[in-house]
Ligand binder design. Structure first.
Ligand code: ADP
Ligand code: MG
Ligand code: MG
Length: 339
């Protein structure tokens, strides 16, 4: 019997459009002899669109208004064998949808509530990974109410990390709301921006030199495997939104031109992090490699990474010998096995 799959895409985060692109690729790749796939696009307003509106949104790359309330639709999702929540960022990659699906009793692709929520929050990730001995940059947490009531304490906390530093909303992705702060004079604008998007903000020391950015794909549940390591090269101050999503601004190198010992450490640390964060199914683990000092620092863990046929995660797994359609098939298998 064919497995009935609900493919969720879009969602309320700034990564709505990226998710729709990923979903189109997955939809085309899930083998039809094994799967009956129903795509449902979640609008930017959080409504679950009916089939005709979903088809239109996938076609045009952006969702219309309308649709059902989340809970209403989830109740009728009982007719599915598994859900592929191909959603990035808040309200999708952060444990919220995972909680809903867990309540509804439907297996789903990727990490559960705990792994998703902890990995989405850059502060919680750092705390958990520090206790697992994973090397990371120095950092501090700031809360919106502190920025409103005692801004000088936040400024001091930031300055103690030294300049330049990075200011980031704790729960976002795609570099949205992230600033590289070169001097104390630039702090206010950076903090206002980040606190406009999240009540938790992470302040991060910059790596000692501009880092090389290397990434590795993890696949599996309790016995995960790590892909070869990839590297992103780009000509920008840092890997900001425009650099990420403007065609031709960044190039992917797989395998990354790194000494074997460094690649092996990337893979080992990524597997340690995947386990420490209780991830499942898949994750793309991103690192900074400071060539000048040899430091390797874990930056973040993405539990639902970009998933078009040309995205880093599927390309990394392809380098491990797993084709795109085999990959999506395996992910559904891992979702069913997790139960
Ligand atoms: P997102 O989850 O939005 O991708 P990241 O934490 O990965 O956020 O930051 C986006 C980019 O900003 C990174 O890929 C890197 O280019 C730059 N960056 C972030 N933090 C640092 C840091 N501490 N040191 C150097 N570069 C950084
Ligand atoms: Mg991220
Ligand atoms: Mg990132």
């Amino acid at each position: 019997m064919k497995k009935r799959i609900l493919l969720l895409a879009g969602g309320q985060s700034g990564e709505h459009e990226v998710s729709l692109m990923s979903a189109k690729s997955v939809l085309a790749a899930l083998p039809r002899d094994q799967f009956d796939v129903t795509p449902v696009v979640i609008s930017k307003q959080g409504r679950w669109l009916p089939p005709t509106d979903t088809a239109r949104a996938l076609e045009s790359g952006v969702s219309a208004h309308g649709g059902d309330l989340v809970l209403h639709r989830a109740a009728s999702a009982e007719g599915y064998d598994a859900v592929f929540p191909l959603l990035h960022g808040p309200m999708g990659e952060d444990g919220t949808i995972q909680g809903l699906l867990t309540l509804a009793g439907i297996p789903f692709v990727g990490s559960g509530v705990l792994g998703s929520a902890v990995s989405m929050d850059k502060v919680m990730t750092k705390q958990v990974l520090a206790s697992a001995g994973v090397p990371q940059v120095a950092w501090a947490l700031a809360l919106r109410h502190e920025w409103r009531s005692t801004p000088d304490t936040v400024r001091v906390r930031a300055s103690n990390l030294g300049f330049p530093l990075f200011v980031k909303p704790a729960n976002l992705g795609s570099s949205v709301g992230i600033s590289k702060v070169n001097s104390a004079g630039e702090l206010t604008a950076a903090l206002d921006l980040a606190f406009g998007l999240d009540r938790r903000v992470i302040l991060e020391a910059m790596t000692s030199y501009k880092p090389r950015e290397v990434e590795v794909g993890i696949l599996g549940n309790d016995t995960p495997i790590a892909s070869p390591v990839g590297e992103l090269q780009f000509d920008a101050e840092f890997y900001d939104y425009d650099t990420k999503y403007t065609e031709g601004r960044a190039t992917m190198h797989i395998p990354a031109p790194l000494p074997d010992s460094v690649s092996q450490r990337v893979r080992d640390i990524a597997l340690t992090a995947f386990r420490a964060l209780d991830c499942a199914g898949l994750a793309r683990v991103d690192f900074f490699y400071v060539q000048e000092t040899g430091e390797l620092l874990l930056n973040e863990v993405n539990t639902m990474p970009g998933f078009t046929t040309t995205s880093m995660y599927p390309k990394l797994l392809e380098a491990a010998g797993i084709s795109y359609s085999e990959l999506v098939t395996r992910l559904v298998g891992l979702a069913l096995e997790k139960r």
